[in-house]
Design a protein around this ligand. Structure first.
Ligand SMILES: *[C@@H]1O[C@H](CO)[C@@H](O)[C@H](O)[C@H]1NC(C)=O
Ligand SMILES: *[C@@H]1O[C@H](CO)[C@@H](O)[C@H](O)[C@H]1NC(C)=O
Ligand SMILES: *[C@@H]1O[C@H](CO)[C@@H](O)[C@H](O)[C@H]1NC(C)=O
Length: 461
């Protein structure tokens, strides 16, 4: 507070009165902070990122807790309430409450990024190609109903297929169906590649291109593409699209469901197949001057990565958004509260400035039978960062190296969307998190693990 003179606040509100008139004072303060970050008044670009909605239409309050939802797979949903249970996927009421809250917030977003996974986590025999298309259709209609005028950039998730994960590298009933369902949001060329391979690219605003990848084609459980070097020719298409974007002086946001890089909660496991991950990292490094942000889902958790080039220089900011669904399996020690986020970017160079993370305390919402979505944290403020450009994210990772760093406890609590502050991540758990945050390729990641101690400078380069 006090960093920006009142004059800039007044000037700002003169320029954008309607935008913020209904916003809480704290939001206005933060928004002005973002708008004046470069020393001059500029409205930052902003978009919603929603992911992993996983609608479970079977969810209902039942006397027998094992009958509450199919997604609990027979486990008792003992704390089931009107907004869900940590052993179940999202009831429709939870998803609607999220969209209602988003709709009532100012400043409003310019567009929505939606990184997939509409159907519930249920055995294959409970679903079919038609039911999967129905689930994607329901979520598409629901989003359009709540945000009729906002452009939406959707991506396919591994559950958006039947049987799940098995996406082929060529046209099929599901790619063709989503090319129809998403026609209100996408242009002809995007719909054409979507119908053939499940990926597309489109300008989000002048100078800013969204490239939506179908990373399920690189996902380990996908048997249909296991032996392909370039499933659906997507790598070739990606390079060509990035090359043209560079020539046209555009900047690019990469969006996809399954993220690039290593999973932060386990050791030495990439989210996609290792060899496809290496190829993707190679392309992202080569075009890091064109790409200004990456936005993924899939893990259901809140995490950050920073892509380093071969010399260890930070070149790209990468964000994995937590899920709307709160589901966990019986054996998992923790889960996530339902979540969505707004991201802010510099409207001139499209670099990332901030993330406002929102969540629903599911336990509290069920107790009170009321869904009070709240802001969980503001990333720049929570970690004392100037912005979310690659250099700042590197600084964040470096701050975790100190053994007593409370910033890491905060990061880990956010990782679970404030599910349980008492759960700590130390030693091996912390090493996994930090190595995954900083190293997306095999060479860097292995070296990071060999460093063993977080104080060892090998961890970083
Ligand atoms: C989506 O599914 C829910 C839950 O089954 C249902 O209540 C709702 O009417 C459906 N909406 C659309 C647009 O299909
Ligand atoms: C991939 O290769 C393995 C081993 O050679 C083979 O068993 C499998 O059928 C192949 N899969 C496809 C989709 O061609
Ligand atoms: C969520 O609500 C429960 C029940 O009211 C409470 O015990 C818990 O501390 C809350 N969590 C957070 C992060 O506020």
């Amino acid at each position: 507070m006090g960093r920006f003179p009142l004059l800039s606040l007044g000037g700002f509100l003169l320029m954008y009165p309607a935008l913020l008139v209904a916003a809480p004072a704290e939001d206005v303060r933060l928004f002005v902070r973002d708008a004046t970050r470069n020393g001059h008044l500029q409205l930052p670009g902003r978009f919603w990122h929603i992911t992993d909605l996983h609608l479970d239409a079977s969810y209902h309050l039942a006397d027998d807790p094992t009958k509450v939802c199919l997604s609990s797979k027979g486990a008792p949903a003992a704390n089931a309430g009107p907004y869900g249970d940590f052993l179940c996927d999202s009831p429709y009421s939870l998803i609607q409450s999220a969209f209602n809250h988003m709709n009532h917030m100012t400043p409003q977003a310019d567009f929505i990024i939606w990184t997939g996974d509409s159907p519930p986590h249920v055995p294959a025999f409970e679903l079919s190609t038609d039911l999967v298309i129905q689930a994607i259709g329901n979520m598409s209609e629901t989003i359009r109903g709540h945000f009729p005028t906002l452009p939406v950039f959707p991506a396919l998730g591994n559950h958006d297929y039947w049987p799940q994960d098995q996406m082929p590298g060529s046209a099929n009933a599901i790619y063709q169906a989503v090319a129809k369902l998403w026609a209100p949001w996408l242009q002809d060329e995007a719909l054409r590649t979507l119908g053939e391979g499940g990926f597309y690219s489109q300008l989000a605003r002048p100078g800013l291109r969204v490239i939506c990848l179908n990373t399920i084609l690189y996902y380990g459980p996908d048997k249909a593409t296991a032996n392909d070097t370039d499933p659906a020719g997507q790598f070739l298409w990606l390079q060509g699209t990035l090359e043209r974007a560079a020539q046209n002086l555009e900047k690019v946001f990469i969006i996809a469901h399954v993220p690039v890089g290593y999973l932060p909660f386990t050791r030495d496991v990439t989210a996609i197949r290792k060899r496809h991950n290496e190829r993707l990292v190679y392309i992202f490094r080569k075009y890091s001057h064109v790409i200004t942000g990456h936005f993924y889902g899939h893990t259901h958790r809140d995490s950050v990565m920073v892509l380093l080039d071969e010399e260890g220089k930070p070149v790209n900011s990468i964000f994995v958004s937590p899920a709307v669904t709160p589901i966990k399996s019986v054996s998992e020690p923790y889960s996530n509260n339902p979540a969505f986020r707004m991201a802010f970017y510099d409207a001139k160079d499209f670099s990332l400035l901030d993330i406002w993370q929102y969540y629903l305390n599911l336990t509290e919402a069920n107790e009170r039978r009321r869904a009070d979505w709240r802001r969980e944290y503001v990333m720049s403020e929570a970690f004392g960062l100037e912005d979310l450009r690659p250099q700042s994210l590197l600084q964040l990772a470096l701050s975790f190296r100190l053994p007593q760093a409370t910033s890491f406890d905060k990061y880990f609590s956010h990782f679970m969307v404030s599910y349980d502050e008492r759960i700590r991540c130390r030693d091996a758990c912390k090493l996994n998190q930090v190595c995954a945050m900083l190293h997306l390729d095999d060479r860097g990641y292995s070296k990071c693990l060999r460093g063993r101690s977080l104080q060892d400078s090998n961890v970083l380069l």
